[in-house]
Design a protein around this ligand. Sequence first.
Ligand code: CP3
Length: 330
Amino acid sequence: MRQAGRYLPEYMAVRKKVDFLTLCKTPELATEVTLQPVDLIGIDAAIIFSDILVIPEAMGMHLEMYEGIGPVFPQPIRNESDAKNLNEIDPAVDLKYVLDAVSLTKKELNRRIPLIGFSGSPWTLMTYMVEGQGSKTFSKVKHLIYTNPKLAHNLLDKIAVAAAAYLCAKIEAGVDAVQIFDTWGGILSPDDFEEFSLQYIRKIISRVKQKNVPIIVFAKGVHFNLNKLAECGADVLGLDWTMNIGAVRKKFGDKVALQGNLDPTILYADHKKIRHDARKILESFGKGSGHIFNLGHGILPDVPPENLKALVNFVKEESAVYHTAETKPE
Ligand code: CP3
């Protein structure tokens, strides 16, 4: 999940000097903010600082980032002629700045901890490309899939090809694992999730699998389709906080490792409550390997960093109980 960001004063100090997209596009600065939570919070894996929307930008869409609104595409894709302007990408050229940030971050990490690369899922990327910005109803992207499914599938396929090439290039540049974010998979009905999201996630996985690094898939709000996700070829399933990790392990724990799933807003609570809820998740998963402790979604900007640090310290201490050499999965 998001590790760097506005909750860190050290990130804000860098952001005072440059805007968000410049930060993403300057490998030295992207490396600096990637390393901040590693050094300040003590997490066990770093995630490269970037954004999922660099792919549509590389395909030719103009991207702007507004304080309080978030990312905006002023010329969204709504019909065939808009879609014609989208290019195939060559990550080595069009997203070179991310690959450079990966190489530099790997060098700076000096094998201390692994580095994770990521991409949005085709469906989640298409929601932003069609809506033009975040949405409550997703009416424009839903309008597209139900009135012009052919165009929607063409777009999704193009994005899947770009995302797969991008993830492969990131792996070649040095990332040790990749994560696919399907933030908006949960707004689709079960059948439509299969048709418009999952089949394209599978397409990415089938292309990235040959690179032999672990693949994590996180889809938010997709209880009804967890069984399909557990079989999509990913090595790890990321869970949001509305699921019971122990119950999910019982069902799918022999197929995939699980990542998650503390509610990120628990970080507003006092340390006692944070420890209590983190322990509940560790207990719920139980003994044995196959659990990456994480938040169930991104950190909010007004969370006190010391609360995150308290969480990380607690998990490092307490999780040892569940991972001693003698413990086998129950
Ligand atoms: O933690 C890290 O350093 C990794 C970097 C990371 C960012 N975005 C940085 C970012 C990752 C993994 C993402 C993924 C991302 N971006 C997703 C998928 C995961 C999720 O959160 O659901 C999505 C949907 C986006 C699109 C996006 N980017 C939105 C909706 C926003 C606005 C958020 C807001 O609160 O305003 C962004 C901006 C963004 N991406 C920020 C960061 C640190 C905040 C930028 C800033 O103002 O400095």
